[in-house]
Design a protein. Sequence first.
Length: 380
Amino acid sequence: MSLTFHWFLPTNGDSRHVVGGGHGTPATAFGRNRPPTVAYLSQIARAAEDLGFVGVLTPTGAWCEDAWLTTAMVSRHTERLKFLVAFRPGFVSPTLAAQMASTFQRQTGGRLLLNVVTGGESHEQRAYGDFLDKDARYRRTGEFLQIVRDLWEGKTVDLSGEHLQVEDARLARVPDPVPEVYFGGSSPIAGEIAARHVDVYLTWGEPPAQVAEKIAWVRGLAAKEGRIVRFGIRLHVITRDTAEQAWTEAHKILDGFDPDTVKSVQAGLARSESEGQRRMLALHGGNREDLEIHPNLWAGIGLVRGGAGTALVGSHDEVAERIKEYHALGIDEFVLSGYPHLEEAYWFGEGVLPRLAAQGLWQHPFAPTSTPAAQVPFTS
């Protein structure tokens, strides 16, 4: 089975520095260096498509542009690239969301993937008019996905749940193909929802031993539901021809972190209700020292950014080895990013993907034969 790689659309802005934001923290000023215009995001999307990334993740929240609208516009500038659209159930009705997804599939030729984000920050949810607590939001997510999946199967749905109610709901046209559902969450109730409803369970980039525990946990829960779930991981990457070059870049990024910004962001993230965010914070403890928490796994990004806070750092060969290490645990999909996103897509696509292709672990998804990105490893 060929590994699947996705890239990231920085709809909160891009920069040669880390652009913060997420989990209740605002995007940092660096996001203004390269504003998230349709033209720039399309440039990243076309590069990702050419290099062999299957899709691009687009985030959701008050700190970035709307994912549905942005990807609909960017899709017109690409041909085969899929869009992993993050959205929050509860902000729109499940029937409308199912209809939106169906329309997106028809208008793009089946290029929609859905990343369900339940929402870990009550204060941010309240800004959108959602006053449920965290566990209630997860229960609502379960009801939401039950309705949406039934609608996508062409059923007429009547459901009176704890949080959602629909009557005589149906779609005039079902999506073809049905979008795959991606989902992440580290709390007990998140695991239950994943086991029942999702296709791909996503984890942030924790050390392999912790990732293995998560995989075993969700796989066991899914088995009890009679289901099989695939697994993916969300990471940043800094990959270069040599390890020295990669770590020089990482240290340059770290040197650019303003101490007051780090302190402010860490204080904000410490208030997070997200179990996944708590686990990310525990990897570095707000400390600039000892940030390599596993060979080639660097926790520095999490000092100024909410959500995914770790990066694979090293030579192309080293990064390829770490990907193989995660794959051996059961990870088949990698959702990656790097600053700036245009240049880092090329570093990874021309440096790491050829090495994985040479070992039979990856092939370009859009080419019937080998392509330049899958032939000879890139060197300077």
